[in-house]
Design a protein around this ligand. Structure first.
Ligand SMILES: *[C@@H]1O[C@H](CO)[C@@H](O)[C@H](O)[C@H]1NC(C)=O
Ligand SMILES: *[C@@H]1O[C@H](CO)[C@@H](O)[C@H](O)[C@H]1NC(C)=O
Ligand SMILES: *[C@@H]1O[C@H](CO)[C@@H](O)[C@H](O)[C@H]1NC(C)=O
Ligand SMILES: *[C@@H]1O[C@H](CO)[C@@H](O)[C@H](O)[C@H]1NC(C)=O
Ligand SMILES: *[C@@H]1O[C@H](CO)[C@@H](O)[C@H](O)[C@H]1NC(C)=O
Ligand SMILES: *[C@@H]1O[C@H](CO)[C@@H](O)[C@H](O)[C@H]1NC(C)=O
Length: 386
């Protein structure tokens, strides 16, 4: 190195003084010590941060760590600031490592490692402290809601740094919310709102607020709110038979939805009470007629009610006479006959058409050989099948 510098000195004698100065500097660096080396550190609040400062060559010069407020933390292995959280990990001529436990957001900032040479050489290390978002909370749901009501769900999480991200899911399908970020001290309060006009389909829907943040290691904080929506009843009558006949066991089921679920349904016949309590039994939502009689003809009505409203469905019962149904036998025969005739005529038509086309083919064959070849397949096929 010395030789090289001397060579440089000889070659560049014109700018002598400048080179001379540079040479002295290099000489100083070579024989004395290097710059301290530090690294930026990122930790999650509450954990421990290790601040390491290293020098490769050191002729017994002390190393020092100081905090962002320029207070000396450690001078060599000597503790300078009374803070139980700050401890010495390693102290040697080549390294000074300290640890700061239970790190808070206020510990963030630029730390300095100094090597007490003349002049002092320093290196900066930035300590970044991540704020862990608090468990989110969903507010704004006055349960249960009534159908048609406007509901605003708000999810709030505070304490994150940098600001956390909030995502909404409706039954595991993502929905868009409106995010708002406010700085509160050194951390952030993040809120996200979604607006919905609740409908019947929202009854039982699960809305999940998911808070995502680097400090959470891809396991987001989640909270779920299951909506309960009140809605008026909806009823429908389902008969057990399509063609009820005299003497049969017959059942009408009144399927009713609604929240609160109507606890009972009301059956009436032709606007009045059920006429025959012996044969007409109401069991829960079902009306059972044990032995159908022609006299049971009429309009049956099922009605359900909750505090939001009333709904009903009607069923017109028409009791068929089993004998009349067998007497209708000839009618079926007639229909069958008509169908047979139609099928027969259709078949005849196809045969005639086939014959005609075949004949037409014979004529054209003489005239146009080429045309015949191309059309042969399509014409011949139906004739063979018939
Ligand atoms: C800090 O240093 C100590 C001692 O070497 C070690 O046990 C600990 O795991 C280190 N912590 C971190 C966060 O690197
Ligand atoms: C550094 O100090 C040690 C004793 O603490 C001594 O043995 C060593 O020679 C010193 N080195 C220099 C370069 O002064
Ligand atoms: C350390 O952090 C500071 C402040 O954030 C930044 O300016 C600097 O570039 C970082 N240094 C390294 C080596 O990442
Ligand atoms: C956030 O700031 C806005 C105005 O900047 C204010 O209206 C809102 O109430 C604040 N929210 C919180 C959670 O502090
Ligand atoms: C139907 O009711 C009438 C009168 O109530 C009764 O005479 C008749 O036997 C019943 N028919 C059947 C099939 O039960
Ligand atoms: C009930 O309907 C059947 C089916 O046609 C009919 O024969 C009978 O006369 C009806 N009875 C009453 C009481 O309406």
């Amino acid at each position: 190195m010395m030789l090289k510098q001397h060579l440089l000195f000889v070659l560049c004698s014109v700018c002598g003084t400048v080179v001379k100065e540079a040479a002295t500097k290099n000489k100083a660096k070579g024989s004395q010590s290097q710059f301290p080396v530090t690294q930026n550190v990122t930790v999650v609040e509450g954990s421990t941060a290790n601040m390491t400062c290293r020098v490769d060559y050191n002729d017994n010069t002390s190393l020092q760590w100081s905090n962002p407020a320029q207070q000396t933390l450690f001078f060599g292995d000597k503790k300078a600031l009374r803070d139980n959280r700050i401890e010495l990990v390693r102290a040697s001529w080549k390294e000074l490592t300290i640890s700061i436990s239970e790190v808070t957001l206020s510990d963030e900032g630029q730390y300095t490692c100094s090597l007490f040479t003349m002049p002092i050489k320093t290196s900066k290390a930035f300590l970044t402290v991540l704020g862990v978002p608090e468990k989110p909370e969903i507010t704004g749901f006055t349960r249960p809601a009534v159908e048609g009501e406007d509901v605003t769900l708000t999810c709030i999480t505070s304490g994150s740094k940098p600001a956390a991200d909030i995502r909404w899911f409706r039954n595991d399908k993502e929905v868009q919310g409106v995010k708002e970020v406010n700085a509160t001290g050194r951390s952030f309060t993040v809120r996200s709102t979604i607006h919905l006009k609740v409908a019947q389909k929202d009854d039982g829907a699960a809305y999940t607020c998911s808070v995502e943040h680097i400090a959470l290691n891809s396991t987001p904080h989640q909270v779920t709110e299951v909506l309960e929506v009140y809605y008026a009843p909806q009823v429908e009558i389902v008969p057990s038979l399509i063609v009820p006949q005299e003497g049969q066991y017959f059942k009408l089921e009144c399927t009713s939805k609604g929240n609160p679920l109507p606890d009972r349904v009301l059956w009436t016949k032709d606007g009045g009470v059920l006429p025959d309590v012996e044969r007409m039994i109401v069991e829960g939502r079902e009306l059972i007629i044990t032995n159908l009689n022609k006299t049971d003809n009429g309009t049956y009505r099922c009605e359900a009610r909750n505090h939001l409203g009333t709904n009903s469905d009607e069923y017109a019962l028409f009791v068929y006479d089993p004998n009349a149904l067998t007497q209708h036998g000839p009618d079926h025969a007639l229909i069958g006959g008509v169908v047979a005739v139609v099928v027969f005529i259709t078949l005849c038509f196809i045969i005639v058409l086939g014959r005609y086309l075949a004949r037409h083919k014979d004529i054209t064959r003489e005239r146009q050989e080429m045309w015949f070849i191309s059309s042969r397949k399509t014409l011949a096929l139906p004739i063979i099948t018939l």
